[in-house]
Design a protein around this ligand. Structure first.
Ligand SMILES: Nc1ncnc2c1ncn2[C@@H]1O[C@H](COP(=O)(O)OP(=O)(O)OP(=O)(O)O)[C@@H](O)[C@H]1O
Length: 365
């Protein structure tokens, strides 16, 4: 059994909604993260996916204590972070770093690369002399594939992919064990995305890093993740080893997300059906009772779904929060009429690419 580097238990982040001109009055809470349990083993990659606004970034930030949790626990290498004194937390921070989506907005445009990298070393008192720091920085540049001349240049002088390498170098220079990568490639061209993902993968192999990779796009995390967690409205709805999740998604929400991932085989891709979920993501300030997904779920049942919040439970090696996971997987329960559309628009004379339930279980996938 691999040692857990990160253990999250019943983590909650509720942002107060306030009103009033002179005195803020709390009138409700945005439950951005609402009871998440997850474990990231040392040296592995946990991919966290879900649509925009489901709480992925807030969860990542709360794990690093950049956003204070409202409740629950975060253990890093066995140390409970939520109760740690500020000075102790600061020294732990060196071991946990974050990479952001948009390197342009997370890098100070007035600092050259050397100054960006020295800043972190100085803040954490790493490397006694200037020469020593230069040596650490040089090695870090080599590791991320940037030339030494980059040191005197400014962020705007680099391409998007190179800027993300600077962002990775800034995290890496401190010698962290955990990196939380929040949408690390979604601002990059598709051709560059693979390079950055490959770089993260290589660095993990060389340095034994542990990753939490956050993405709205399932395709991005598929190949680098050992385990993938799917989040919906502040909570995990499914978690499984990556291969298993992509081969056999159990939660209706995961099935819908999967149906949006393009398939490389053009014959299959032409006939791929996409589940279009009804309605928008409900507000995390007022989440539906019972299963949070039941208002959009094509398999929602008249009992339990609207009243009972499903807990994550083990179904053959997958953790899934659905009362009906087994019956859906076996085909015993069929989806209600759902809107599906063919990826390739129907040709003239062909049946319109809309509506009605598929006849086979898993026909979407
Ligand atoms: N500081 C804050 N104060 C109040 N609400 C917030 C704050 N930060 C995030 N939220 C809300 O919490 C919910 C979750 O946001 P979060 O950014 O974590 O989601 P996300 O899944 O990462 O989405 P995205 O990919 O768009 O960033 C959203 O409804 C968001 O508006």
């Amino acid at each position: 059994m691999t040692e857990a580097l990160v253990e999250v238990r019943d983590l909650k982040v509720h942002f107060p909604i306030t009103t009033g001109v002179f005195f803020d009055r709390v009138v409700g809470h945005v439950k951005a993260v609402d009871g998440v349990d997850l474990t990231v083993p040392r040296g592995q990659t946990y991919g966290l996916v879900g649509e925009s606004g489901c709480g992925k970034s807030t969860l990542g930030r709360a794990i690093l204590q950049l956003t204070p949790p409202t409740g629950g626990e975060v253990r890093f290498d066995g140390v409970e972070l939520t109760k740690l004194a500020p000075a102790k937390l600061r020294s732990m921070r060196r071991r946990m770093q974050m990479i952001f989506q948009d390197p342009m907005s997370s890098l100070d445009p007035r600092q050259n690369v050397e100054s960006i990298l020295v800043e972190g070393l100085a803040a954490h008192d790493i490397g006694g002399s200037r020469a020593e720091r230069r040596q650490i920085i040089g090695k870090t540049l080599d590791a991320v594939g940037l030339p030494r001349w980059a040191l005197s240049r400014y962020p705007h002088e680099f391409s998007g992919g190179q800027r993300q390498r600077i962002g990775i170098a800034r995290a890496l220079v401190l010698g962290p064990e955990l990196i939380v990568a929040d949408e690390p490639v979604s601002a990059l061209d598709v051709s560059i995305q693979a390079q950055v993902i490959n770089l993260l993968d290589e660095l993990q192999g060389e340095l034994g890093l542990t990753y939490l990779v956050i993405a709205h796009d399932l395709a991005v995390v598929r190949h680098i993740s050992d385990v993938v967690g799917v989040m919906y409205l502040g909570a995990l709805v499914e978690e499984a080893p990556s291969d298993r999740l992509y081969r056999e998604p159990l939660h209706p929400y995961t099935r819908a997300l999967m149906s949006a991932v393009p398939v490389p085989d053009p014959d299959i891709e032409d006939h791929r059906e996409r589940i279009l979920l009804a309605g928008d993501l409900p507000s995390p300030a007022n989440p539906p009772a019972g299963c949070r997904f039941h208002t959009r779920c094509p398999w929602a049942q008249p009992t339990r779904c609207a009243e009972e919040r499903p807990v994550l439970r083990d179904v053959g090696g997958t953790r899934v929060a659905c009362h009906w996971a087994e019956q859906i997987a076996s085909g015993e329960l069929r989806p209600h009429e759902v809107r599906v559309e063919l990826v390739r628009p129907a040709d003239e004379g062909e049946a319109p690419a809309v509506v009605s339930a598929p006849s086979e279980p898993g026909a979407y996938l």
